[in-house]
Design a protein around this ligand. Structure first.
Ligand code: SAH
Ligand code: F3S
Length: 474
């Protein structure tokens, strides 16, 4: 057990009036976490709390945590420690809450490690958050929500979305796949899908509010099973969402290869608003490693899915996740992963060194590949992929793409646009273009992004073709 980060205060937390209380949330990890924080913020604001940008200004400080790899999990304790150093932990009335995967994984131990924490709550218990907050408001010093036995999704009308034009929307929570390396089934609980009618209703409302892109989320988004009598398949749901009038782009992540069926590709072909991009984590190119990972597919089966995507009527860009140095991975296994990169031709690869996790099957196995060797494999994989991306991106030069302008970099005078195939194009722009769609011609290419110029003939200061109605935010 590590030393406690701050002195234990025997005093109960003061029950200050809720009205006017300020909260700060810091989010670590995946899009699911980002979106969970948006929902938590909505619940808090409905109770009269106000968001602030700096933890120093907040009465309640929430950390929404990630434990997918050890480094990610350590971050929250270092944040809590920074507060102690700044003297804010023991003397002030600040209330600390740890949410998400580290909360679920460490549970009550968090109170031991960081006694100034008052709320520990895993994502499967978020539906109970209003009750837990009430206990905090009534002065309870230690409040926990850690049950994984749930059939509920965390649904709320109150979500406070941070982005004005792209809305995240959870369609399935949890995961039942139990890959041997992964903490998610232990931290997010069993798979549960939302009824398709509710999803479609929420999508329509988002479009009415001015959002033009919707990203459907789930740890295994394509394992979606409609619990309502409509019984829509995932592919049918995609098409129904894609057909909503006024919606321009629909993305979905993350797809699991085992449940990636040809009807998803047919949906992409049938419905132009579904984006030209599939994220399909492979994890390894070696059958021996895939078997130990319990991924539920072979290299050959995975490649069949890739060939099916490549046979679509339009070019679909493919990205993936890869773990190097998993238990027992030999040099030959690793070479097979490198060869898979060449065979598939990914547009983007997220690669990680294997990190043993508690409460996973592989957590109890020998972590046989030394850290330095994992590092070497990671560098070599990233270098191989860099070469592939340079070639793939160079093939875009001279072509025109529609982008959604997602940001503006004032120092460079550059707009940052994203193509439907998930490529980034930087081009000379204006701040007011953010949130609009425009055509851009690619003039040069690097491994990670493209450079371009606006291709529309429009005068530079004419209003952009499709300005967004900005969503009213709380
Ligand atoms: N639901 C997704 C993965 C979620 S985690 C799926 O079906 O693949 C995101 C990525 O983190 C994983 O795809 C994997 O590449 C990586 N990852 C998960 N556990 C890991 C571990 N213990 N060590 C290193 N990387 C890990
Ligand atoms: Fe994790 Fe495998 Fe599920 S990577 S999220 S257990 S599909």
């Amino acid at each position: 057990m590590e030393e406690p980060l701050v002195q234990i205060s025997a005093e109960p937390a003061p029950a200050a009036p809720v009205e006017g209380r300020r909260f700060y949330i810091e989010t670590f990890g995946c899009q699911m976490n980002v979106h969970d924080s948006e929902k938590v913020a909505g619940v808090l604001m409905a109770r009269g709390y106000r968001p602030v940008a700096e933890p120093e200004d907040a009465d309640l400080i929430f950390y929404n945590t990630c434990s997918i790899r050890e480094k990610a999990a350590q971050k929250v304790f270092s944040r809590l420690g920074q507060f102690r150093k700044a003297g804010a932990g023991k003397s002030s009335n600040k209330i600390f809450a740890v949410l998400g995967c580290v909360a679920q994984q460490e549970g009550e131990e968090i109170f031991e490690r960081a006694p100034h924490v008052s709320l520990v709550c895993g994502s499967a218990s978020y539906p109970k958050l209003p009750e837990l907050l009430e206990q905090l408001e009534n002065g309870s010093r230690r409040v926990m929500g850690l049950s994984l036995r749930t059939e509920d999704c965390f649904e709320t009308e109150l979500t406070r979305r941070d982005n004005r034009f792209r809305a995240y929307l959870t369609i399935i929570e949890g995961c039942d796949k139990r890959c041997s390396f992964c903490v998610v089934p232990a931290t997010r609980g069993p798979e549960r899908s939302r009824p398709s009618g509710k999803i479609l209703e929420e999508c329509r409302r988002l479009v009415d509010e001015g959002f033009t892109e919707i990203q459907l989320l789930g740890q295994t988004v394509n394992s979606y099973r409609d619990p309502s009598p409509a019984r829509l398949s995932f592919a049918e749901l995609l098409v129904r969402v894609g057909e909503i009038r006024g919606l321009r782009r629909v993305r979905f992540t993350t797809s699991h290869p085992r449940d990636f069926t040809p009807d998803i590709v047919q949906a992409l072909d049938a419905c132009p608003t579904l984006c030209d991009h599939v994220h399909l984590p492979v994890q390894s190119g070696s059958n021996a490693v895939l078997r130990r990972m319990a991924r539920g597919y072979t290299r050959e089966e995975y490649l069949e899915k890739i060939d099916c995507i490549r046979a679509a009527k339009r070019a679909i860009s493919i990205s993936t996740d890869i773990i190097v140095g998993f238990c027992g991975e030999t040099v030959d296994d690793f070479e097979q992963t490198l060869a898979l990169l060449d065979r598939v031709g990914y547009d983007q690869v997220f690669s990680f060194k294997y990190s043993p996790r508690p409460k996973t099957a592989a957590g109890g196995w020998v972590d046989s590949v030394p850290e330095e060797e994992k590092g070497r494999r990671l560098v070599s994989l990233q270098e191989r992929q860099r070469q592939i991306q340079i070639l793939r991106n160079q093939a875009c030069v001279g072509k025109e793409y529609e982008v959604l302008v997602e940001a503006y970099q004032p120092k460079l005078g550059q707009a940052v646009g994203r193509t439907t195939s998930n490529r980034i194009i930087n081009f000379p722009g204006r701040p007011e273009w953010v949130g609009t769609y425009m055509n851009v011609r690619v003039t040069s290419a690097g491994p990670n992004s493209l450079v371009g110029e606006r291709a529309d003939n429009a005068e530079a200061d004419a209003p952009p073709a499709s300005r967004l109605r900005v969503a009213a935010q709380g």
